[in-house]
Design a protein around this ligand. Sequence first.
Ligand code: AHG
Ligand code: MN
Ligand code: MN
Length: 349
Amino acid sequence: MRKGTTFTRFIIEEQRRIPESTGEFTLLLSSIVTACKEISDDVNRGQLINVLGSADTENVQGETQKKLDIISNEIMIRAMEWSGNLAGMASEEMETMYSIPSRFPKGKYLLVFDPLDGSSNTEVNVSIGTIFSILRCPDGITDPKEEDFYQAGTQQVCAGYVLYGPATNLVLTTGQGVNGFTLDQDIGEFILTHPKLTIPERTSEFAINMSNQRHWEPAIKRYIDEVVAGEDGVRGRNFNTRWVASMVAEVHRILMRGGIFLYPRDNRDNVTKGRLRLLYEANPMSFIIEQAGGSASTGRERILSVQPEHLHQRIPVVIGAKEEVERVHRYHIEMDKELNGSPPHRQAN
Ligand code: AHG
Ligand code: MN
Ligand code: MN
């Protein structure tokens, strides 16, 4: 008999705590996890089953899709559409929202996801992941429109990710803290291995793509110059750096041992509003990070408070250790005051 709480037991026990719960949410989560196990298997066997490489198609953001981007998206759709718990879905890999086909019953939730995050890493066998966020479909709506997905991150019912690394990890929050699970490949079940995850307020590790340095705003340049200067500079201590190019892997590292991750806006044409997407990357990760005691900001405001205006809206992301995120925020305020006399309005699309 193996030790440890299985994911199935965990969600059923959570459900029992809420007497009015119908079990819909539990089934929804369980279907997402089944889909992720299938994606995990394809990712794992990628080289052997010929699913690596480019699909020679572009998604709505003009990025070349990998075969695995399309396959993972398809797996999620097929695993979720029949469940009866969803009123609609939206994904990085689909230009418009996905309506539940009329042959299936509809439910009260909306699902948004990034089926494969960090997919540029598939060929080099570096960690990638799936990110998801569950929203409530607005009351009385059974046939949602795209606008029904435009809910601030504070409205999320649940957020999670699955990391396909040396081990497959599931990390999840429903607003009552963050729990982490590890896939036991032998029995095909996630086991609770990281209950009640928290991240230290203080860190000496940062993650940013340094090759974009010349495009950054002065606030980011200032922050990074100072951490790079280490004990010779104003910070008085040395910092270490990491960049995986998979947000899932970076966030997971921060949850495991602390740190700060930045993908700021910069002056490249397609990054003036940021690089990462609000609904299915920034919001779920910010919910998780905040629930673990960290902070998540655009540099100017709390990410979870931003009112979405598009399905594929991009946003600057500064997340992780509270002290560091607050410092980056302060540098933005000081920079905006210096440059404009007053802060600019929130980034539109
Ligand atoms: P995706 O593979 O879903 O498009 O996301 C990749 C994202 C994110 O995971 C990562 O932090 C970032 O893009 C890497 O971007 P750069 O290649 O610009 O460093
Ligand atoms: Mn992504
Ligand atoms: Mn992706």
